[in-house]
Design a protein around this ligand. Structure first.
Ligand SMILES: Cc1cc2nc3c(=O)[nH]c(=O)nc-3n(C[C@H](O)[C@H](O)[C@H](O)COP(=O)(O)OP(=O)(O)OC[C@H]3O[C@@H](n4cnc5c(N)ncnc54)[C@H](O)[C@@H]3O)c2cc1C
Length: 522
């Protein structure tokens, strides 16, 4: 039997960051991954045609580049090959009449674009940007701290010290606001509201969901202030560097080895049993980077706390995503060639359209007009495709895991295997309205419906790319369940990490790193 200090279930970036830090603190760590390669939602693969490298899931590595983990280990990661490519033209939205708005790192360029829609909004943008350095530390502290009483009290006290009681009220109100509420009271132009509101759709914050305002705000301000980064050659540069770091500390990563069960003795986790029957012993910790509902099978006799077990079983997932990967002869012919430089172009022309797509998906309907995020990684990092060619990363938001109908009344199929190509045609048809001729440029395409995403990574339950709704009742101190936001579980020595736990989805490695520090210090 193999013996480790810690056994980690799942080699997503959180599991690997956790393993790397524990390894650095002298722990002997074994990571067991069900898929044939590490990375989870962060993989770069030739999905369409030879020489075309597509980011299967995450493409934007801003959260990792700005993370506390990266700050602590930038030199190690660089030594193990991590390379970023900076993006100056970060995100844009194009509208049906061909006009567009985009955020580039040059504030004057962004402001001039906003001014073309509203002089008042251009001034507002300047003011928000000027205020950002004072506000950002509080927000980043909140998103980067363990959800423990003392840490929360410290953050709120520092807000109080900086802005008094009114500052505290203002922050609390902002955190509770929906995107639409904040955008409506901040801007007058519907286009700038749509430009920023689209960021909520990257998570599960349709415009009217309470707690969504922080995402458009932070993405707008952070991209404007710091730009965006992609991984050089693909987002998997991050995973390769993390995996190499784990191995350099003596850790072991085994792929193609799903964990079938957590072994417990007298309420304490003592190891895991792999699907191939092997038993692996963990002296100090078993760490599960899994979707909460997986505990039904990993802990067949339950955790010993029926309330916790019910919470894990009933953990809410967000609507799914469909991914379309295209190999292209050339970038799309946007109404303005400047849009060919942008990392993301959102086809999300209004808050109402976003709200409708979300409501339809939640009702089980294929949205008639889904929101589409068009990623153009080869505009920034051309080496991912053969000379002169491109890849397109198209995220279709939202898509129901179970299809009950089609909001457009055109797709008959009620199973994803039969519906996905038709739904992908709908998405490409929408894109064609903005970029006529797109279809002629397609060399090859590969579509992942919500259930395909889950098949590739079981944490993407029903294609939920954020591994669990981030609505207020399941975020902050409630993630993944009230009383368990600090990654512990009722089973001694068994901890949870990953996107389902605080601080949630994205490639910020927050939960893996904070848990590792909690366990091993440093
Ligand atoms: C399509 C898509 C686009 C995205 N775009 C972005 C983006 O641009 N930027 C961004 O910041 N975030 C993005 N995200 C979100 C982000 O990728 C995820 O939130 C993040 O990668 C989750 O990391 P993780 O380590 O928590 O888990 P995961 O990456 O989900 O990894 C979990 C791993 O655990 C393994 N596993 C699960 N159960 C078992 C078991 N029983 N035994 C063994 N192994 C197991 C899985 O196979 C998987 O490899 C995107 C996600 C998707 C799906």
């Amino acid at each position: 039997m193999s013996i480790y200090d810690a056994v980690i279930i799942g080699a997503g970036h959180n599991g690997l960051a956790c393993a790397a830090h524990l390894g650095k603190r002298g722990w002997r760590v074994g990571v067991f991954e069900g898929a044939e390669q590490p990375g989870g939602a962060v993989k770069t693969l030739e999905l369409t045609a030879p020489g075309f490298r597509h980011d299967f899931g995450a493409m934007n590595l801003n959260l990792f580049a700005g993370s506390a983990f990266h700050k602590a280990y930038a030199a190690d990661l660089a030594a193990h090959g991590l390379q970023f490519v900076p993006v100056g033209d970060c995100f844009a939205s194009v509208f049906p009449d061909g006009r567009w708005l985009g955020v580039s790192t040059d504030p004057a360029a962004t402001q001039a674009r906003i001014r073309a829609f509203s002089a008042r909004d251009a001034e507002t943008w300047e003011r928000l940007l000027a205020d950002f350095p004072a506000r950002a530390p509080h927000l980043f502290a909140l998103l980067g701290s363990p959800m423990k009483k003392r840490a929360i009290a410290r953050i709120f006290f520092s807000v109080f010290r900086a802005g008094g009681f009114s500052g505290l009220l203002e922050l609390t109100r902002f955190l509770l606001s929906s995107s639409r509420a904040w955008l409506d009271e901040t801007f007058e132009s519907d286009e700038i509201k749509a430009l920023l509101g689209a960021w909520g759709m990257h998570i599960d914050f349709a415009p009217d969901i309470a707690g969504g305002a922080i995402f458009p705000y932070l993405e707008g301000m952070a991209n404007q202030s710091f730009g965006m980064v992609l991984g050089k050659g693909g987002a998997d540069t991050m995973i390769k560097a993390l995996a190499a770091m784990v191995e350099a500390t003596g850790g072991r990563i085994e792929c193609g080895t799903p964990v079938a069960r957590i072994v417990t003795e007298a309420g304490r986790a003592s190891g895991v049993e792999l699907a191939d029957g092997r038993r692996i012993e963990a002296r100090r910790a078993v760490i599960g980077s899994v979707a909460p509902r997986a505990l039904n099978t990993l802990l067949p006799a339950g955790s010993g706390d029926s309330g916790f077990d019910a919470r894990m079983r009933d953990f809410r997932h967000a609507p799914g995503t469909m991914m379309i990967h295209l190999a292209l002869d050339d970038l799309p012919d946007w109404p303005d060639a400047a849009l060919r430089r942008f990392a993301y172009v959102h086809l999300a022309p209004s808050l109402d359209r976003m709200a409708a797509a979300y409501a339809q998906a939640v009702a089980g309907l294929l949205p008639s007009e889904p929101v589409i995020v068009v990623g153009q990684p080869t505009a920034i990092d051309p080496g991912r495709a053969p000379e002169g060619k491109h890849v397109l990363w198209m995220q279709v938001r939202m898509a129901p895991a179970e299809i009950r109908g089609d909001a457009a009344g055109a797709i008959e199929a009620r199973d994803w295997e039969n519906a996905k190509e038709a739904f992908a045609d709908r998405a490409i048809g929408i894109a064609e309205r903005y970029v006529p001729g797109l279809k002629q440029k397609i060399i090859a395409r590969r579509v992942f419906g919500p259930l395909d995403l889950e098949r590739e990574d079981p944490n993407l339950v029903g294609g939920d790319q954020v591994c669990g709704s981030h609505h207020l009742a399941q975020n902050f101190i409630f993630r993944p369940a009230p009383g368990y936001a600090d990654w512990h579980t009722p089973v001694r020595n068994f901890h949870l990490t990953g996107a389902a736990t605080w601080p949630g989805a994205g490639v910020g490695a927050g939960s893996g790193y904070m848990l590792a520090r909690q366990l091993a210090g440093g």
